[in-house]
Design a binder for this molecule. Sequence first.
Ligand SMILES: Cc1ncc(C[n+]2csc(CCOP(=O)(O)OP(=O)(O)O)c2C)c(N)n1
Length: 324
Amino acid sequence: MDIKREDLLRLFYYLKLTRRLEDRVTSLYHQGKILGGAWTSNGTEAVSVGYGYALEKNDIAAPYFRDMGVFLIRGITAKRIMAQYLGKKTGVTGGKEGNVHVGDLQYGVFGFPSHLADNYPVGAGAALAFKIRGEKRVVAACTGDGGTSRGDFHEGMNLAAVRKLPIVFICNNNQYAYSTPLKLQMAINNVAERALAYGMPSKIVNGNNVMEVYTAAKEAYETARNGGGPTFIECKTMRMHGHSEHDSAKYVPRELLEEWKKKDPILHMETYLMENQIAKKEELDGIDLQVQKEIEEAEAFAEESPYPEPEEVLKGLYATPIEE
Ligand SMILES: Cc1ncc(C[n+]2csc(CCOP(=O)(O)OP(=O)(O)O)c2C)c(N)n1
């Protein structure tokens, strides 16, 4: 699939925005300014940016907590994310929660149910609704490799395959589920082999190549949109930070990290764009400067924003019953 220059540069922009935003959050976390924890996607940004960018406006994303790229692409701004991390009223949850277990239906983003891999059955439910209503919309639902070892993974995959639902299942295979390496949680070499058991087509992509993720997702969305049913996409990548920023990940061999450092997704994209004469270094540096400015503005916005009022604590916790 040929990706237009304009889209290639947008993909690069979102990779940079995701990395710089999370790097800043990491820094604020170590300064004690973040309320709660900070889970980042460092090294795996091409997964969320690739599958998020391939969605259409009316589609639904069910991202998990390492999918910052999806939030940003769908329109949940860096300002709102930063305010979210600082527990401010202007954050996505209005200061009720501190990290990215968030969503916003206005932008077609489901709130992340923390229980892994609940995104799969939740996404399958939305896809079933689209199918029943005859809407040409698709769902992209994501989980980590560890999530695929759970029962909710099975339920979501099975329902989607049996009912040929318009959903694409993304797996961010970053080699570790917290401190558990892949080989200690599954007896297969590729997570994608699990799809076979459900009669579902699957694809394995280089999760550090944003163009590969984007292309595979785009093709799978079109299949799903046209009644062809679900696809499972395994994105092979490597989590370069700890499970969250409190974790130094001492259990990961340093040589493994050194090896994956060379395959960094941003470095990969930058090299591709320059070697293929799609963009010069100055243009890419310009994009990076724009991103840095955006992050500074987001932080200033979050710092200046107020905390929520105590009386707001119960607002929005429960659905308002419809009067009969
Ligand atoms: C059902 C369930 N068990 C445990 C947790 C706590 N937990 C959150 S993330 C995580 C590791 C998940 O690993 P993986 O699915 O591979 O995703 P990754 O963190 O590597 O991106 C765990 C154990 C949870 N959220 N849900």
